[in-house]
Design a protein around this ligand. Structure first.
Ligand SMILES: C[S@@+](CC[C@H](N)C(=O)[O-])C[C@H]1O[C@@H](n2cnc3c(N)ncnc32)[C@H](O)[C@@H]1O
Length: 277
């Protein structure tokens, strides 16, 4: 198996995490993608890396879901573009009119589109205004086509663009180009959600184990993650920071317990929301 397929495996893992804490994640459809094989990998991952991925991923999902819902309430004719969407469920959870676009590798789209259509047909998933777009974010030719696609989707409309579970997998050059593309197409007042890991994570015990596990299990090389700091977020031209936060802080809002107060047990994960100037 190559790296791209393995990355998609991490998307399955995040689904099991969200489905384990539906009261927090609110992702009542996450379980649809979970197979016995995924559960087995999740248990293995929990034993080797850390056992709180369910808390972390559920908080992450809830945070962006609440931000997206609030944005949709305030805007007419909105567009939601989820880059590297994996098997997240936002379009089915928002309960508001919105044109949604899910971007991922073509082979991931080919896998998920028929399943979603089937689940919509038999009533397991609600119908919604959803479009799929297959691309390789690292491919220059694909990038040019995606620029045209963004212009077409957004036009003069307000948009919420999300980069969740992906920034650390993209080389700096690729992320920069992607951020430029987004900035050049979003209209004033539109939102950008960016989830990321900061450089100090390299010394965190959970991250050290995660790097080790991903290298062994998915052949994803240690030391190749793209880490960005809060200053990078603050200095993005064209955007004002609405919020920079992390899963630990959001746990106090969305959970009854505060497991992540113990710094050593969680994976420090930053989340930001930016507004286009
Ligand atoms: C860790 S998963 C995150 C999925 C989802 N956003 C979430 O937060 O649960 C990473 C996703 O990025 C996609 N991905 C990674 N590299 C990509 C690339 N170069 N082009 C397109 N999709 C990519 C994978 O297929 C996978 O669905």
């Amino acid at each position: 198996m190559n790296v791209t397929e393995h990355l998609s495996e991490t998307a399955f893992l995040t689904n099991e995490s969200r489905s384990r804490m539906v009261d927090v994640s609110k992702d009542i459809y996450a379980h649809l993608w979970v197979t016995p094989a995924t559960k087995k990998i999740w248990d293995d991952f929990a034993a080797y890396v850390y056992k709180h991925d369910d808390v972390e991923l559920s908080i992450r999902n809830r945070y962006y879901l609440e931000n997206l819902k609030a944005f949709l309430q305030e805007h007419q004719d909105p567009v939601f573009i989820n880059i590297a969407a994996g098997f997240t469920s936002y379009p089915f959870l928002i309960n508001a009119p919105c044109h949604c676009i899910e971007i991922d590798y073509q082979h991931v789209i080919d896998f998920k589109r028929p399943k979603i259509l089937e689940w919509q047909k038999n009533g397991q998933l609600p119908k919604c205004d959803l479009e799929f777009y297959g691309t390789d974010l690292t491919n220059k030719h694909d990038h040019e086509q995606m620029t045209a696609a963004f212009k077409h989707w957004i036009g003069n409309r307000p948009s919420f663009v999300l980069l969740e579970g992906i920034t650390y997998y993209l080389e700096p050059k690729v992320l920069d180009q992607l951020l430029k593309l987004i900035a050049s197409t979003q209209t004033k007042g539109s939102l950008l959600g960016l989830e990321y890991w900061t450089p100090d994570i390299v010394e965190h015990p959970v991250f050290i184990r995660l790097e080790d596990y991903f290298e062994k299990r998915f052949h994803y090389k240690k030391g190749t993650y793209h880490l960005i700091d809060d200053d990078f977020i603050r200095s993005l031209p064209n955007y004002d920071v609405v919020e920079i936060t992390d899963v630990k802080e959001q746990e106090q809002i969305f959970c009854d317990q505060t497991i992540l107060d113990d710094y050593a047990v969680g994976l420090p994960t930053s989340m930001s929301v930016l507004r286009k100037k």
